[in-house]
Design a binder for this molecule. Structure first.
Ligand SMILES: Cc1cc2nc3c(=O)[nH]c(=O)nc-3n(C[C@H](O)[C@H](O)[C@H](O)COP(=O)(O)OP(=O)(O)OC[C@H]3O[C@@H](n4cnc5c(N)ncnc54)[C@H](O)[C@@H]3O)c2cc1C
Length: 325
């Protein structure tokens, strides 16, 4: 028992060579040779924070879909794990001042269900697109955000929604930062901190998420576009995922297209305007190379990059068309 935080250490086991392959009491397995390891299973967020503070070398694990892949490939050797799977308070959502507070422990499978889709349609669409069913059943919103992979499907949606993170720290401390700050590395999680909730505005307006993959069936995004209409602010917000280390917001294209929309009328746009928006977004996110400093002509974009730009243009055009349909 960890004295300071009342969290039960459920297993301490020896290296794989010493013990052979076997499953820990938490149900986690690893093929990687490990040093002795402790797995803690707190039942509240504050207990989990206390466990991390008591064991600074410990790493939090939610669904384990990203973390255990790193362990199995030998990239990560956590001395101890703090499992977040028993924390009920972050598995659902609640309403607060026109926003939804989404628990970091929400799985992709849960977010993909119709009741959630009625609330935040673009996030539900992203969750339904996030990998095969086994991954969606285990993988969580918090894990997707903290891993911050360029291909993380929830990330462009959260960027377009301008969502914020509520972070839990030692001694019941809470602080709030924009998701984009974490993704850009402007603000980081401090030692002992955990993502508790994600605050998302409820816009009550159409929103879309579209993803292109290099294969049929579930796969990582080669490009993705999230687009939300915000009638109260008369704005269109768009974020492009997977083409850069973090989602990109084409702000000028957003402002341009918002100016074309009749917000008090039918909100429709001609197909040519949607196509022009797509090109605007794609050009902003994947710009032409600059001319050489000596005045020489700019090199042409490689064919693969041109193809990616066409993909982004098509996704953005369709996303806008669907949101306005
Ligand atoms: C085969 C496969 C296919 C996949 N396909 C997709 C896909 O199509 N789209 C996609 O977006 N993702 C995909 N993923 C990635 C993965 O499923 C997601 O990123 C998932 O959401 C991670 O959540 P998790 O709960 O499993 O995170 P974990 O693996 O448990 O944790 C990931 C990281 O986040 C940290 N962490 C977790 N929760 C918290 C918290 N509350 N506070 C602080 N830190 C925390 C952990 O310490 C770790 O560093 C795929 C993964 C696999 C293995």
């Amino acid at each position: 028992m960890c004295q300071s935080c009342h969290v039960r250490a459920v297993s301490t086991y020896r290296t794989a060579e010493q013990a052979g392959h076997r499953e820990g009491a938490a149900g986690l397995t690893t093929h990687a040779p490990q040093a002795a390891r402790t797995v803690m299973l707190p039942s509240s967020l504050d207990e989990a924070v206390a466990a991390l503070s008591a064991l600074p070398a410990a790493v939090p694990v939610a669904g384990g879909t990203d973390l255990m892949a790193s362990v199995n490939s030998g990239l990560l050797r956590p001395a101890a794990l703090v499992g977040l799977g028993r924390i009920n308070e972050t598995r659902g959502w609640q309403y607060q001042d026109g926003h939804a507070l989404l628990g970091a422990g929400l799985t992709h499978a849960r977010m993909g269900r119709p009741d959630f889709a009625a609330l935040i349609p673009a996030l539900a669409a992203a969750a339904r697109a996030a990998g095969p069913p086994q991954i969606r059943n285990a993988g969580t919103l918090g894990g997707n955000i903290v891993t911050a992979a360029p291909t993380g499907d929830s990330l462009p949606v959260l960027a377009a929604l301008e969502a914020t993170l509520i972070i839990a720290g030692p001694e019941h401390a809470r602080r709030e930062i924009p998701v984009s700050h974490l993704l850009a590395g402007i603000e980081m999680l401090r030692p002992g901190e955990l993502v508790g909730w994600v605050r998302v505005p409820l816009l009550h307006a159409p929103q879309t998420f579209l993803k292109a993959t290099g294969r049929t069936g579930p796969g990582r995004a080669t490009a993705s576009v999230a687009l939300v209409l915000d009638p109260a602010r008369r704005s269109v917000r768009c974020a492009v995922g997977a083409v850069a280390p973090m989602p990109l917001r084409p702000l000028e294209a957003e402002r341009w297209v918002a100016g074309l929309i009749d917000w008090d009328g039918e909100r429709g746009l001609a197909p040519e305007a949607c196509a022009a928006f797509g090109e605007y977004v794609a050009g902003a996110c994947i710009p032409d190379p600059a001319p050489g400093e000596d005045g020489s002509e700019a090199p042409a974009l490689p064919p693969a990059v041109l193809h990616l730009r066409r993909t982004v243009a098509a996704l953005a055009r369709r996303a806008l068309g669907r949101a306005l349909a």
